[in-house]
Design a protein around this ligand. Structure first.
Ligand code: PEP
Ligand code: MG
Length: 862
């Protein structure tokens, strides 16, 4: 059997796996010569052995005797001694820190006799009995499962009898009485007597800590934090030092930098005359470290020096536990401190400037996802904790918003125009709702998944979005929604947390988040380091500007259809679709081209020398037509077309599966003049900018392609139009025409498709939809259950499905580049902004990702 116990002097910080985080750091600090009370660590292997055999092995017990003997030699103390009694703590410590999840027992070694000895030796009876009552409570709770309440109740009763406000007022006599009463909780039918022999206490404590690895709260914590079940915990046995030994003693916890803001300042809380558990458990409200600075300035200075030394040594912000016993300082723990995203960014950048870490290390220390929390407004966490969640949907677009509820886009827009803060709540949204969505602080739907229209648009605009909150039923007629028997009426205030998916009644306060200087520094470093480009999906100059503020490399996808939903454009679009023939389409096409060329002009102008990829029209035409009788009447009024004709035409265009229907480049084949118009609009915008001195090289993208012959056909259509205009204008244009890769068939024939394409861009939304056969707009009804049951590891619309969709991508990349080795290949579906997916894309040769503006910094860091 290998060695199972290491003295602190034998370990170091790289032995976390064997000694646990706490043990490894206690060893490291010991070897740095810092004042750490003596002790030793039982390894995680000893824990595995215990779990396998359900007992401490003979070999371990022999090693334990040796370790105790060594402890006796270095401390001069032994169990049961009347002159130098050895008192120890027993603490758990896994390789990955699991704060508060496992158990600790302090003051082991006290019994009815040593407590008297301790009182005599220290001339402090109060202290001795205070320590003993703590042992009795912790031991009873951890080893025998006695409830903490039973002990608390006794303490509270005695305090009440004497009218004490704080534990500090308990006298030695009170504490003796408490000890008697605590002991009376032992020795019942189910609970053995409190063991008087220190060695028995120690063995029982070690058993209990090994057992605590499998307690319920530890299991839950591991599951939530993806910590492996088989790591096991180490056990640290350490000589006690006493923060409760009098007014010249105390205990505290400290962060070497402010964990909320990252500011470089010692941030500590201190409790006079107390043991560590009092601080951590919040039993007494600690004082600021300034109290220590004032009352024991030397002690403070010594601690501050050690804190700096440790931070420099570990090259990261430290979370420290310390104790002062009769004016002597001891360190009980050091670990990298938990921090907010803001603090994480500031600390990483500051550490680079201080020369402690490299830029690359700083980048790797930031969880990319966490920075998205810095780019949106937030609710105050304390306020949130006091609220009741009304219902929860999918967290489609992060941020915090509060406003008055409206159930139609038109009413939302009208209310916003009167200066109201508006939340749009619907069963689902459609492209027509765009203006109401823009006017709203948040969008809430009861249906739909993470790539539903509402979700994509909310993320694109950077507004807060919760979708698929299926407990909500909207009654448009009655202008109300019902959630678990709770009614919400038009104009009622609700608050929406897009980061968690939670909804609340009422108006909660939000704070506007700003991008701090440190984040942009970090993003600059990321840009210098990254191998993949980060572009944005943007349809409007506002979206694009936001992305440029986040330093996007350009536009990877402009969905031109989103430009057609403004009212005056919708009208022309309807005229176009309703026209009898090509002749009838001419006039609306002229109008649409006029508007669209201005859209493109704006985007190109903003882009400057950055590239912009424009995708030609994608959605099924019927999306542009009126849906109900009211709308049919209104459109009839606007266009002069009879309601009958409108009804007929709408019915004619209706499809059973529109997402698999007459959309994308299939429209180009049946309505070539629409794509021709869009190409003319692009060319006209380019010419206008050429006149202004800006050379634009347009990238035109074709959606939904599934074969080389289809792509070749559409490419010809586009090129004929461009060639004609070039000849007409005597102008030579450098351009590319590429395709979305979003049909499985295109992926498996990508070598052929590449012959007609200058670039590929994976549309993973459609590719995932078609690979799984999941309707992307309807997954909300079953996806959460699939994830809960572990059938899927994650929503494949949010994190790429490596095995299936990823395999198709690999085929497409390999085949595409077998035809064109330099073929640029991007990803512009939603997963383009997902850190885990980006990790995968980096391994398969993706050139760039394109994502909604607010995802740009996250993607860049990933
Ligand atoms: C896609 O399918 O991934 C894509 C980017 O296109 P859209 O979402 O517009 O269908
Ligand atoms: Mg698509």
């Amino acid at each position: 059997m290998t060695k199972q116990i290491y003295a602190f002097s034998e370990g170091n910080m790289n032995m976390r796996g064997l000694l646990g985080g706490k043990g490894a750091n206690l060893a490291e600090m010991t070897n740095l010569g810092l004042p750490v009370p003596h002790g030793f660590t039982l390894t995680t292997e000893a824990c595995h052995d215990y779990q396998e055999h359900q007992k401490l092995s003979d070999a371990l017990l022999t090693e334990l005797d040796t370790a105790l003997d060594q402890l006796r030699q270095v401390t001069g103390k032994t169990f049961n001694s009347q002159t130098e009694p050895l008192l120890i703590s027993v603490r758990s410590g896994a390789a990955i820190s699991m704060p508060w999840m496992m158990d600790t027992i302090l003051n082991i070694g006290l019994n009815d006799e040593t407590v008297v000895a301790l009182a005599d030796l220290t001339h402090n009876e109060r202290f001795a009995y205070d320590s003993y009552r703590r042992l009795l409570a912790m031991f009873g709770n951890v080893v025998y499962g006695l409830s903490e309440d039973g002990f608390d109740q006794i303490l509270t009763t005695i305090k009440q009898q004497h009218g004490y406000a704080s534990d500090l007022e308990l006298t030695a006599e009170d504490l003796k009485q408490i000890v008697q009463q605590f002991k009376a909780l032992y020795g019942t039918d189910n609970v053995p007597e409190f063991p008087q022999a220190p060695k028995d206490q120690l063995l029982a404590a070690i058993n209990a800590v090994f057992e605590s690895w499998n307690n319920h709260r530890a299991q839950v914590y591991r599951k939530q934090n993806h910590i492996a079940e088989d790591l096991g915990t180490a056990v640290n046995v350490q000589e006690m030092v006493f923060g409760n030994a009098g007014e010249d003693s105390g205990t505290g916890v400290a962060f070497t930098r402010n964990p909320a803001t990252g500011e470089k300042q010692l941030f500590a809380e201190y409790l006079l005359n107390a043991q560590g558990e009092d601080v951590v458990a919040g039993i007494r409200t600690p004082q600021s470290i300034d109290v220590l600075k004032k009352e024991m300035p030397e002690m403070y200075a010594q601690f501050a020096t050690i804190a700096t030394k440790l931070e420099t040594h570990y090259r990261d912000m430290q979370d420290l536990e310390f104790t002062i016993e009769h004016g002597k300082l001891y360190l009980l723990q050091a670990r990298n401190g938990k921090r907010t995203p803001y603090a994480a960014v500031k600390i990483a950048v500051d550490l680079v400037h201080e020369g402690l870490i490299s830029e690359a290390e700083a980048l790797l220390r930031i969880n990319p996802e966490s920075v998205s929390a810095m780019l949106h407004p937030e609710f105050d966490p304390e306020t949130l904790a006091k609220q009741t969640v009304l219902t929860t949907g999918l967290p489609a677009s992060p941020g915090a918003a509060t406003g008055q509820v409206y159930f139609t886009a038109a009413e939302a827009k009208a209310a916003a125009e009167t200066g109201k803060q508006v939340i749009l709540m619907r069963q689902d949204t459609s492209p027509e709702d765009i203006e109401g969505m823009i006017a709203s602080k948040a969008i809430v739907t009861s249906r739909g998944g993470m790539t539903s229209h509402a979700a994509v648009v909310a993320r694109g605009m950077g507004s807060t979005g919760v979708v698929g909150a299926h407990e909500i039923t909207v009654d448009y007629q009655a202008k109300k929604a019902v959630v678990n028997h709770q009614e919400i009426h038009e104009g009622d205030w609700v608050s929406v947390n897009g980061t968690t998916g939670d909804l609340y009644l009422g108006q909660l306060a939000t704070s506007d988040a700003t991008v701090k200087g440190d984040l942009s520094t970090l993003l600059d470093w990321a840009k210098d380091t990254a191998s993949m480009g980060v572009y944005t999906n943007a349809d409007t100059p506002q979206d694009f500007q936001k992305a440029l503020d986040f330093d996007a490399d350009g536009i990877g996808l402009t969905r031109t259809e989103h430009m057609f939903f403004k009212p005056e454009r919708l009208l022309q679009m309807r005229r176009l679709i309703l026209a009898e023939d090509a002749e009838g389409r001419k006039a609306p096409l002229v109008e649409l081209q006029r508007m669209q060329q201005d859209d493109f002009y704006q985007l190109y102008k903003l882009a400057g020398d950055k590239s912009v990829t424009i995708r030609l029209l994608d959605p099924p035409l019927h999306e542009f037509l009126p849906h109900d009788e009211n709308e049919i009447q209104a459109v009839s009024h606007q266009t002069g077309i009879t309601p009958e004709r409108l009804r007929d035409r709408t019915n004619a265009l209706k499809e059973l599966n529109p997402m698999l229907g007459h959309r994308g480049d299939r429209l180009a084949v049946t309505f070539p003049d629409i794509y021709q118009m869009q190409v003319r609009a692009i060319m006209t915008a380019v010419l206008r900018l050429h006149d202004e001195g800006l050379e634009v090289h347009p990238h035109i993208m074709i959606p939904l392609t599934d074969s080389k012959s289809e792509m070749g056909w559409v490419r010809q259509l586009v090129e004929d139009q461009l060639t004609a205009m070039m000849a007409d204008q005597d102008f030579k244009l450098a351009y590319t025409v590429g395709t979305m890769m979003e049909m499985p068939r295109a992926c498996v024939t990508a070598d052929q498709v590449a012959e007609a394409s200058d670039f590929f861009s994976f549309g993973t939304n459609d590719l995932t939809q078609l690979t799984f056969g999941y309707s992307r707009d309807d997954v909300g009804s079953f996806m959460p259950e699939y994830i809960k049951q572990g059938i899927l590891p994650a929503d494949p619309f949010q994190t790429v499905d490596v095995e299936g969709v990823g395999a198709l991508m690999k085929i497409a990349i390999e085949k595409g580049r077998s035809t064109k080795p330099e073929l640029p290949i991007g990803v512009c579906g939603e997963v383009g902004g997902d850190p885990a997916s980006i990790g995968f894309f980096n391994t398969i040769g993706i050139t760039y990702v394109s994502c909604s503006p607010y995802r740009v910094p996250v993607a860049r860091l990933a």
